[in-house]
Design a binder for this molecule. Structure first.
Ligand SMILES: C[S@@+](CC[C@H](N)C(=O)[O-])C[C@H]1O[C@@H](n2cnc3c(N)ncnc32)[C@H](O)[C@@H]1O
Length: 193
């Protein structure tokens, strides 16, 4: 990963503000993307749990969430939040999501929120994690719209949604939906066939 693209974890507190929750509405977007009760979820680059925590609420006690992040600070913030809220269906794992995975575990739903633009090799990243989806399972990718705005990463670090679409096409994943989300974001939902 280019270090210059990596989110600076000294700003981790900015990821959990009420203003951000109001702006992104993680629970609503997850439900629109098709997350259901009972699902097994993998959250890649989970940070302090902005998506992992609402995902755990949606999937309920019959579902589970595995939240993965590379940063000590993010992992410890998420563990504190899980403990203080008494959440029992989130597991936390410190790991580099750019490394090849082959744990034989399959999920119903994968979340990659605002992390794909930090990844060096997007085609390998996607093909690698698609292997961890069950057939019929979905990957949900949230990214910044590729236009100038007063916050978020610089425009040259942002991912063009058409590029993501083309990577899925090359990998013969054709069930791909693309939606703009508010004025700042878009999300892609791809279903494994
Ligand atoms: C901008 S934050 C987004 C956090 C969370 N997904 C959200 O939307 O609030 C990006 C996160 O991805 C994590 N990350 C970046 N590269 C990673 C990698 N190679 N392996 C694991 N985590 C990574 C960072 O530590 C950070 O927590």
């Amino acid at each position: 990963m280019g270090q210059d693209r990596k989110f600076n974890d000294s700003k981790a507190h900015k990821l959990t503000t009420e203003e951000r929750k109001h702006l992104i509405e993680p629970d609503r977007i997850l439900q629109l993307a098709g997350l259901k009760a009972g699902a097994s979820v993998l959250d890649l680059g989970a940070g302090p749990g902005f998506f992992a925590i609402p995902a755990a609420e949606i999937v309920g006690s019959s579902g589970q969430v595995l939240a993965v992040d590379i940063s000590d600070k993010m992992i410890s913030m998420l563990q504190d939040e899980i403990a203080s809220k008494g959440i029992s269906n989130i597991q936390v794992l410190q790991q580099d999501i750019q490394e090849e995975q082959n744990q034989g575990k399959e999920f119903d739903f994968i979340i990659a929120s605002l992390v794909a633009h930090e990844v060096e090799d997007i085609p390998s990243f996607l093909s690698n994690w698609m292997k961890s989806l069950k057939t019929g399972g979905k990957i949900f990718i949230l990214e910044w719209q590729k236009k100038e705005m007063s916050y978020g990463p610089p425009i040259n670090h942002r991912l063009d949604p058409q590029y993501l679409q083309s990577v899925f096409n090359e990998q013969r994943i054709h069930a791909v939906q693309l939606h703009e989300w508010k004025d700042y974001f878009y999300y892609v939902v791809a279903t494994k066939n």
